[in-house]
Design a protein around this ligand. Structure first.
Ligand SMILES: *Cc1c(COP(=O)(O)O)cnc(C)c1O
Length: 348
C-alpha cells in the first residue's frame, strides 16, 4: 500500500519541489571545475546570467538564501552598525541568529503587508550621537510572513531613496523575487533596480535542489566572495548544482503564474466553508485562519494530514499553504476536500 505521505498533497512549502528532468539532464553534462581554485564554468554562467536577469553587474552562487542574506549584511554593514528591516521579515524572524555572528544589530520596524512604515525608517536613518548608525536597509518581496504579498514598486523606490539620502545601502531579500515580478507583470530587473544587492533563492518555486545567488555591483560581490570563503561557503565542483539553478533561472520563471492561479483557486475553494478565512493571495502562499472553527493550527495540521493534506501551522490560529510545480488543479481540489472533511468531522 502506498505511504500516506507519498500520496498526500504537500502544501508545506515550495521548497519541497524536486529537480525537473531538464535539471537532471543538465547536471549530468555540466562542465565543471574547482570553484575554490580557478573557477567552475557552470557556476560562472549561473552567476553571470542571474546577475543579468536582475540587472546587476555580478553574481555569487551560495549554498542557501540564508547565506546570501548574511553575506549582504557582512559586506555592507560593520560591527556596531544597524540593519533596519520590516518586523516580520524572514531575515528578522528566522535569520536573526546570524546577527549574533555579525556584531550588527537588526532593528525590526512596524509594517503593513510586509512594507515597512517609511516614517519609522526616516526616523531610524537620522544620524544622532547616541544611536546606532543604520548602514543597511533590508526589504523582502514577495514577503513570506505577510503571506506572499508583493511590495509595491513605489514603496521600494521610496525606501531606496530614503536610504540613499542617508548614505545607507538597500538589500533585497528576493528569495521569491521571481514570484513578485510575475505577479507585477514586470521583469525581475524592474524589481531588483530598487536595491543595491539582491538575493534570489533557486530551490523554492524555481525547483532547483539547492542554492541561491547574491547579486550586486562588482566590488561588492568580490567582497562577498571572500566573505563566503570565510564562512565555508566555497564549494568545489559546484557546477553540478549551478547547472540545475541555471535551468531554473532560464526556464522556470514564466510558469510561476500557474502557482499563483492555483493559490487563488485554493482560496476561492475554501471560501465555501464559513468558519475558514483564507487570505486573498497575491502570489503562491495562502494563509488560512482557523480560529472560528474552535480548534488551533496544530490540531488542523494533524487532522488535515490524516485527510491526505500536508500544511504548516503559522502561529496558533493560522495555517500556511504554498503552491508549487507539483500541485495541479486536481491537487487543489483534493486539498479543498480535505478541509471539508475535517470540518465535517468537527460537526459530527
Ligand atoms: C526561504 C527564505 C529564505 C532562506 O532561504 P534558504 O535557501 O532556505 O536559506 C530567505 N528569505 C525568505 C523570504 C525566504 O522565504
Amino acid at each position: 500500500m502506498p505511504d500516506i505521505l507519498e500520496t498526500s498533497v504537500d502544501l508545506r512549502s515550495d521548497t519541497v519541489t524536486r529537480p525537473t528532468p531538464g535539471m537532471y539532464a543538465r547536471m549530468q553534462s555540466a562542465p565543471v571545475g574547482d570553484d575554490g581554485l580557478d573557477g567552475d564554468p557552470s557556476v560562472r554562467q549561473l552567476e553571470a546570467e542571474t546577475a543579468a536577469m536582475l540587472g546587476k553587474e555580478a553574481g555569487l552562487f551560495v549554498p542557501s538564501c540564508t547565506m546570501a542574506n548574511l553575506l549582504a549584511v557582512l559586506a555592507q554593514a560593520r560591527r556596531t552598525e544597524q540593519v533596519a528591516l520590516e518586523g516580520e521579515a524572514h531575515m528578522y524572524t528566522s535569520e536573526r541568529g546570524a546577527a549574533t555572528f555579525t556584531g550588527v544589530f537588526y532593528l525590526g520596524l512596524r509594517g503593513t503587508a510586509g512594507a515597512m512604515d517609511l516614517n519609522l525608517l526616516r526616523d531610524t536613518l537620522k544620524a544622532s550621537g547616541h544611536r546606532l548608525r543604520t548602514t543597511l536597509v533590508a526589504l523582502e518581496t514577495s514577503h513570506n510572513n505577510a503571506g506572499g504579498t508583493v511590495l509595491p514598486l513605489d514603496h521600494m523606490r521610496d525606501a531606496h531613496a530614503l536610504a540613499a539620502q542617508a548614505g545607507a545601502a538597500v538589500h533585497l531579500d528576493g528569495a521569491r523575487l521571481c514570484n513578485a515580478a510575475v505577479a507585477l507583470g514586470v521583469a525581475p530587473a524592474d524589481v531588483a533596480c530598487h536595491a543595491d544587492t539582491v538575493s534570489l533563492c533557486l530551490s523554492k518555486g524555481l525547483s532547483a535542489p539547492v542554492g541561491a545567488v547574491l547579486a550586486g555591483d562588482r566590488a561588492l560581490i568580490a567582497r562577498a566572495r571572500s566573505l563566503r570563503r570565510m564562512l565555508g561557503g566555497t564549494q568545489r565542483q559546484a557546477g553540478i548544482m549551478a547547472a540545475a539553478g541555471l535551468e531554473g533561472v532560464q526556464n522556470m520563471v514564466a510558469r510561476l503564474g500557474e502557482d499563483h492561479a492555483r493559490a487563488r483557486r485554493l482560496s476561492q475553494g475554501l471560501r465555501q466553508f464559513a468558519p475558514l478565512t483564507p487570505s486573498d493571495p497575491q502570489t503562491n502562499i495562502v494563509q488560512v485562519d482557523v480560529s472560528a472553527t474552535g480548534r488551533g493550527s496544530e490540531f488542523w495540521v494533524a487532522a488535515l494530514e490524516q485527510a491526505g493534506l500536508r500544511t504548516r501551522p503559522w502561529g496558533a490560529t493560522r495555517l500556511r499553504c504554498v503552491t508549487h510545480r507539483h500541485i495541479d488543479d486536481a491537487a487543489i481540489d483534493r486539498a479543498v476536500q480535505a478541509f471539508g472533511q475535517v470540518l465535517q468531522s468537527l460537526a459530527a
